[in-house]
Every structure is written in C-alpha cells, then in structure tokens.
Design a protein around this ligand. Structure first.
Ligand code: TYD
Length: 225
C-alpha cells in the first residue's frame, strides 16, 4: 500500500500572514528531512492556475457567487487530482495556502447560496481529500487589511486590491467569524492561531501544533516519524 502523507491547510482572512508561516514551516520541516510540498489556492495546478486569474481579476463577479463557488471548486478538483492526492500518496507533507474552508467562509458565508449547495460542491471538489489539520489564522479584519495595503507596493498589482480584498470591512469581519465557526464545529481538524503576534511568535505556535500532529500520527502508525 502507498505511504500516506499529511495534508495541512492554512486559512484565514486577508493579511493574516499565512504565506510567511508556510515558508517558515516548510523550511523547518525540510531541515528535519521531510518531503514538503507547498501549494496554494486558487491555483496550484496548471488547470487551476488558469481559473485563478478569472476569479481574482473579478471577471466572474458579474455572474454571481454561485458561478464563483463553482469555479473555485473546478480549480480545487483539478488541484486535488493533479497535485495533492499524488503528493499524499508519495508520503509528502502538503502545505496548502487556502483550501475548502475559504470557499465556506468567502462564498458560503455570503448568505446568497444554500448551505446544501455549498456542501455538495465541496464534496465534489475535494473528492475525499480533506486536510488532516487546518490552521486558522485569526486577526482583526481591519488590521489584516492594513497589512495587505502596506504590502501592496511590493507586488506586481501595486495599489490594486483584488476581487476579494476590495469588499467592505463588514464582509471581512463576517468571513473572520465564519472561519471561527468552522473551527468550533470541527475541533478535531482545526486549530485557531492568534495572528496578531510577531511572525516569530506565531511560527512557534504553528510549530507546536504541527509537531504534535506529526507525533500523534507516528504513534498511530502513520508514515511520518
Ligand atoms: P491570494 O492572492 O491567493 O491571497 P491570500 O490567500 O494571501 O489572501 O487571494 C486569494 C483570494 O481568493 C482571497 O481573497 C480569498 C479568495 N478565495 C475565495 O474566495 N474562495 C476560495 O475558495 C479560495 C481558495 C480563495
């Protein structure tokens, strides 16, 4: 039977510092000899990266949240089948910047879509591949947006917020609450991380959670030691 890796997703609102934490964690795991696969959504596979631009440019926005959630799902399914499932089968640790919980919090919590529809779309998209561990980075929505603005001049899209960043602060706050509700509903899978601290402090918390997950997995006879 194929070795089974571990799938960790990183979730939260805008500007919570996921990317920095993923980089630091990947470095630390790599030094310990783990095979690490860093990936992201929307995107991560060739097909999903093609859909990413349609979503983040706002090109799909006029067609409604239903259209957007289906496009995220199409991208997710391609990403799962092309990248995540094979990496897990090869025993790798997959670190994914956003996954299904972003669709729940951004599209699902918009209040426009029936919860059964969102859940059905999620089931089809992930096709049985769900994170073993989800780190939810929690930060005041306004503080997160300030961080994004400070970072913008360094990016290719200087000054231009993307389709989702441009939403009102109340919407960002609702997404934050949606992420916290997910964590409350699925405490086995999710850990809430206070993202207000310095990156170094947050990294230590992340390491504690992840190393515990790896240890308990190896006790249960998983692939990682
Ligand atoms: P991205 O530029 O990757 O930045 P970040 O993850 O640092 O915020 O932006 C992805 C955007 O897409 C982000 O605003 C969240 C949104 N998104 C959804 O609305 N639904 C989803 O299912 C996913 C994966 C992302």
């Amino acid at each position: 039977m194929a070795e089974k890796g571990i799938f960790i997703s990183f979730e939260g609102g805008e500007g919570v510092g996921k990317s920095t934490q993923i980089r630091l964690l990947a470095e630390r795991l790599g030094k310990l000899g783990h095979q690490v696969r860093v990936t992201r959504e929307p995107g991560g596979s060739a097909g999903a990266e093609a859909v990413r631009h349609v979503l983040l440019s706002g090109a799909a926005e006029p067609f409604g949240v239903g259209m957007e959630v289906l496009l995220f799902a199409a991208a997710r399914n391609d990403h799962v089948e092309e990248i995540i499932r094979p990496a897990l089968a090869a025993g790798e640790i997959v670190l994914c910047d956003r996954f299904m919980d972003s669709s729940r919090a951004y599209q699902g919590a918009s209040g426009v879509l029936a919860p059964e529809f969102v859940a059905t779309v999620e089931r089809v998209a992930v096709s049985g591949v769900r994170p073993d561990l989800t780190l939810i980075f929690d930060l005041d929505a306004l503080e997160g947006l300030k961080r994004v603005r400070r970072r913008l001049p360094e990016t290719a899209l200087a000054g231009a917020p993307d389709r989702f960043e441009k939403d009102d602060i109340a919407i960002h706050e609702a997404r934050r609450q949606a992420f916290l509700s997910i964590a409350e509903a699925e405490p086995e899978r999710c850990r809430v991380i206070d993202a207000a601290a310095t990156p170094e402090t947050v990294a230590e918390v992340v390491w504690r959670v992840v190393s515990q997950a790896l240890a308990s997995r190896s006790l249960r006879g998983g692939a990682d030691g």
